[in-house]
Design a protein around this ligand. Structure first.
Ligand SMILES: [Zn+2]
Length: 486
């Protein structure tokens, strides 16, 4: 997909469709005003009869308008002008892109920049790219066909470039999540990571099974041992800061398929378990964007990649594992495997001298029960760090809500035979007992755990985004790294 800036007038650009915007109350953006004039007041009339209200994401088509070269004009609602934020800008660009991608169209032009600030424009450019890309990677006849070219009438080419980087990053994450588990497994994910690293200038280190044994990653290896696919741990480094600066660490859960192991999931719950590597895919997307933006800080991205399967070597209930940190873990549910993988990866992050850590994981169904499908759970040992992350998510329009980490939750993971066990007492508060487990492996470093079990994968489509992998929290991580000060 080519993304280019254009200086052409909205009335004279040759393309399949142009997108212009209207705020609540019928206030037109500049380009909408230009179209209105050229068409003898078509938009004014539509506002008068309340066809156009300006509500965020509302779409109104004007086909073969007179005085305009484009075949159609889409007027998209931008909401209240005073409340226009990145969430609205993203959706206002993504919704018309999704509508227009329902047929193959080669060239769509966006005239939404109304002296917007760079951040709004970045969000919109990213939204337009994502709206036209679907999950149907293997359908001959696509439901959504990405445009060959998107043109943007913009004030700032820098914002266009950054928006494009964000769009590419979120697309990478979505594609990795949408690929089925017979295509993306630990080894092929690591290969994909190597390609990304080479293309954008990240340093990469891949630990194979032998190295994982040498590194004593006993918890991660136990999960992997039930699969014929061997595990990997990928370390990506972006060295944009001073040589000695302690890096920010992003850690992702990469269970490329989760059958539940011997604590086998029922078929229905297993159907979407290719998405259990969304945390790892999110880290990949964010690292790619951070490298391409050449952000002036050091960041290390770590992803633990395993398949949780069933065979004669599967780890069993009652097994006691020794994690890399030396802690012993009693396994009482093999479907609580993500935290076992993360236990060792977090330990590596600490050893690499991480100043602060964020981990992302499709960790618990309990988080969905607590917060629903679209909101991530935040859990932390450091309120200041969590506040920074929550602020970044808020700016990007990604929904996140903090859950408490009272010590009582930690008491639930004490074991009679080992240091800790991998599940709490019963199902109540399961998102938090999982976080309490992870906290055991961060050695007191400032850390935020993001449970993305809900928002990372969408069973049904939204008006602005196809179903499947959403790429949630890639933009938040990039925003966090952008504002990060050592
Ligand atoms: Zn599981």
């Amino acid at each position: 997909m080519r993304i280019v800036a254009t200086k052409e007038l909205a009335t004279s650009i040759q393309c399949d469709a142009i997108v212009v915007g209207c705020y609540v109350g019928g206030e037109m953006q500049r380009a909408a005003g230009t179209i209105d004039q050229a068409t003898g007041g078509a938009i004014t009339r539509l506002v008068e009869v309340e066809e156009i209200s300006g509500k965020v994401g509302e779409l109104t088509k004007i086909l073969v308008p007179s005085g305009v070269k484009a075949t159609q004009v889409i007027v998209v609602g931008l909401g209240d002008r005073a409340n226009l934020d990145r969430r609205a800008a993203f959706r206002a660009a993504a919704a018309p892109a999704k509508l227009l991608a329902s047929k193959p169209r080669s060239h769509v032009a966006f005239y939404l920049d109304d002296h917007w600030d760079g951040d709004l424009l970045e969000a919109a450019v990213c939204g337009a790219m994502l709206g036209c890309q679907g999950q149907d990677l293997y359908r001959a006849e696509k439901k959504l066909t990405p445009f060959e070219q998107i043109s943007w009438a913009v004030q700032s080419e820098a914002a266009l470039a950054n928006g494009r980087i964000l769009g590419d990053a979120v697309s990478l994450t979505r594609r990795l999540v949408n690929e089925p588990a017979n295509k993306i497994y630990p080894e092929s994910f690591a290969d994909a990571a190597a390609d990304v690293a080479q293309a954008c200038g990240l340093e990469i280190e891949v630990w194979d099974e032998k190295r994982l044994v040498t590194e004593r990653c006993g918890a991660l290896l136990a999960v992997a041992q039930g699969s014929t696919r061997s595990p990997r741990l990928v370390i990506l480094r972006h060295n944009g800061g001073q040589a000695g600066d302690a890096p920010l660490a992003f850690v992702g859960k990469g269970v490329t398929f989760d059958s539940g192991g011997l604590s086998l999931k029922p078929s229905d719950s297993m159907k979407t378990m290719k998405c259990d590597m969304a945390g790892a895919a999110t880290v990949m997307g964010a690292m790619q964007a951070i490298a391409k933006m050449k952000l002036p800080l050091n960041v290390v991205g770590l992803v633990g990649l395993v398949e949780n399967m069933v065979n004669g070597d599967s780890y069993k209930l009652g097994d006691v594992l020794t994690a890399r940190s030396g802690k012993t873990i009693e396994v009482l549910n093999t479907d609580a495997e993500g935290r076992l993988v993360l236990a060792d990866v977090l330990d590596v992050a600490v050893e690499l001298g991480a100043a602060k850590i964020v981990d992302l994981a499709t960790l618990t169904g309990a988080c969905l029960v607590a917060l629903g499908l679209d909101t991530a759970g935040l859990m932390t040992n450091d309120q200041g760090w969590c506040d920074e992350l929550a602020a970044a998510a808020q700016l990007c329009g990604e929904a996140a809500w903090q859950l408490p980490m009272f010590p009582e939750f930690g008491e639930q993971i004490t074991s009679k035979v080992a240091d800790i066990k991998n599940v709490g007492e019963g199902r109540w508060g399961g998102a938090i007992t999982a976080a309490k487990f992870l906290e055991e492996f961060v050695q007191g470093k400032p850390w935020v755990h993001i449970d993305i079990a809900g928002p990372s994968f969408s069973d049904g489509p939204k008006a602005w985004l196809d179903a499947g992998g959403t790429g949630a929290f890639v933009r938040t991580l990039v925003e966090l790294a952008t504002g990060y000060r050592n």
